[in-house]
Write a protein that binds this ligand. Structure first.
Ligand code: DGL
Length: 288
């Protein structure tokens, strides 16, 4: 009976949430690595950015986003947003009954493995950098690591404007990378959903000697590992269509969305606020 339950559970979708479209870079990696899995995405486009907000608000938003996804009977929750992973993973682990994975720990773990001299740069939103979560996760694994953390608040808007190969973005990067490069980092964590789109631009500034870590890619690997280990990998050969929900459909959303995802968004729906705002503490998906 237990095996039967497992194989039924394996067919359930994976839920992924982010503060907006950025998390689609994580979906892209998940789709590549786990083509059989059904994915349900929620992007909180109405309340983006999270990266400039206070910890308490980010935690509340993250919980609401998670509860929306739990309506779909998901087997696993992935926090694609670095800011929400840095500030709200603990809150979600404490309150939810299903496994939850953030992007910070996998990114930190990969950086510790990749670095040659233990000098690691971390780029992220202001909230992510202020939380110091990447630094904590790195130091846990390598107490001697030297970490150079750099908030890069201008990068998200530049990328959402589509300025990927642009001289203004290149100049901005140069300025943000100045300190980490002076600190002689040999590895840099792209600690934000959006930054993988700038991988080439970042590498141009750092030169080839610096290794870049994509936290989303590392998380996709972790998700696969976890599903395998717990017998929850979907072995059915045909992938179901991914579903994308957002709290608002802003101007140019589909254009930017496909830029992040690398393909067109097939199923897209806007959800009403009352479907995901916490209205009572006795919510059925919360631990008592
Ligand atoms: N998704 C956020 C992150 O990865 C970036 C956008 C925002 O500030 O909400 O940190």
């Amino acid at each position: 009976v237990q095996d039967e339950n497992k194989s039924t559970a394996a067919k359930l979708p994976i839920g992924i949430f982010d503060s907006g479209v950025g998390g689609l870079t994580v979906v892209k990696q998940l789709k590549k690595l786990l083509p059989n899995e059904a994915l349900i995405y929620f992007g909180d486009t109405a309340r983006i950015p999270y990266g400039t907000k206070s910890p308490r608000l980010i935690q509340q938003y993250a919980l609401e986003d998670a509860l929306f996804l739990l309506q779909f009977d998901i087997k696993l929750l992935v926090i694609a947003c670095n800011t929400a992973s840095a500030l709200a993973l603990d809150v979600l682990l404490e309150n939810l009954k299903i496994p939850v994975l953030g992007v910070v720990t996998p990114g930190a773990e990969a950086a510790v493995k990749e670095t040659l001299e233990g000098k690691i740069g971390v780029l992220g939103t202001s909230a992510t950098i202020n939380s110091d979560m990447y630094a904590k996760e790195i130091t846990k694994r390598n107490p001697n690591a030297r970490i150079s953390s750099q908030p890069c608040p201008l990068l998200v808007p530049l990328i959402e404007e589509g300025w990927i190969n642009d001289e203004i973005t290149a100049l901005t990067l140069k300025k943000y990378l100045k300190q980490p490069l002076e600190d002689k980092v040999d590895t840099i964590i792209m600690g934000c959903t959006h930054y993988p789109l700038l991988e080439t631009a970042i590498q141009k500034v750092t030169g080839g000697g610096v290794r870049l870590i994509d936290s989303g890619k590392e998380t996709a690997r972790k998700v696969k590992e976890l599903l395998k280990k717990s017998g929850l990998l979907n072995i059915e050969s045909k992938a179901k269509e991914s579903q994308f929900y957002v709290s608002d459909i802003p101007d140019k959303f589909e254009e930017i969305g496909s830029l992040f995802l690398g393909e067109k968004l097939s199923f897209l729906e806007r959800v009403d606020f009352d479907r995901f705002l916490i209205s009572n503490k006795d919510h059925p998906f919360l631990k008592k």
